[in-house]
Design a protein around this ligand. Sequence first.
Ligand code: PLP
Length: 402
Amino acid sequence: MKNTKDIIKETEQWSARNYYPLNIVLEKGEGVWVYDVDGKKYMDMLSAYSALNQGHRHPKIIRALIEQANRITLTSRAFHNDKMGIFLKKLCSMAGFEKALPMNTGSEAVETALKAARKWGYLKKGVRENQGEIIVCQNNFSGRTISIISFSTEDQYRYGFGPYTPGFKAIPFKDAAALEKAITENTIAFLVEPIQGEGGVIVPPEGYLKEVRDITKRKNVLLIFDEVQTGLGRTGKMFAYEHEDAKPDILVLGKALGGGCYPVSAVLSSKEIMDVFTPGDHGSTFGGNPLAAAVGIASLEVLQEENLPERAGELGSYFMNALKDLNSPYVGEIRGKGLLIGVEIKKECGTARPYCEKLAELGILCKETHQQTIRFAPPLVISKDEIHWAMERIEKVLKEPV
Ligand SMILES: *Cc1c(COP(=O)(O)O)cnc(C)c1O
């Protein structure tokens, strides 16, 4: 039997080093719990960056996966399959949109949204061809493709990967006036995350989403919400924009749409916008495959049947208050919404990484984001008792000397 050290050594020998994982090798998971190769148990407080909102191996999702795997898994879009329509109808009716386009990863769905917006800009809004601009926010994260990193403001994400895709303009997040000022006759869309996840769990002030909704509507600019991380229950509502009744023109979803077991993403919009796509304009070999659709349907049903958004809201407040009550000398700001919580380590107390390593020793898995922030984002199926279990350990790490 191989031990942790050998497995990591082999992995590092054969894999590109584009990640810096903690030294833990997981081999099993159930609900909020995961187990390493030595049998040590951990609570998963990262949830694969919110792809595991329904928990590890939710029985209903796994059942749907297996049942569909025993029927048909892939048809390509050269033919219809009997699952995709059901999936997209369910997704659109939940969110109140008219049409959806299925892809696999979040980045692909963001790319799809950008293509839809650009083509709408040229065909419907009348922006001169190749002059279209899309406004984004500083400190954004929407994935890792060349076009997406072209509008990143994070040096490391960009360095060495140029030349970049033109047509993007970055403004400060949380600043509606900056948006209004940045819009020109060539502006097609504004792409923004309702809460910046990878950027360090940055929550905009109340009213911001509604304000950008009003501005974009007034200026005939499309509002695109990247809810790949905030969507599907994480923040206490099914979609984060519901906190302010600020429905976008285009909604981008991914991560938890695949219930933690399969890559499923989608772009939702109106008929007017989606109809800019004609056959051959855009596609994906695996996008909308029946296995993905079956998993997607079950993933949405679990969120609804188990009231996971509501649960995230209640337990999120409870968890965040408990973290604040610790009054840790190492912690600056604590912010978040629902079960997406960022705990910022004060600069003079080092970076977040050693705190995450100590938490892992005590059985809590989480990952730092942007140097100073520990993100706590457990599966939404977590119970109050499990939060207690976590708090006992978090208290040790945030109260005692590191
Ligand atoms: C994770 C993420 C993406 C990219 O999703 P991938 O599946 O990794 O391509 C896009 N936008 C946001 C907000 C994300 O958190």
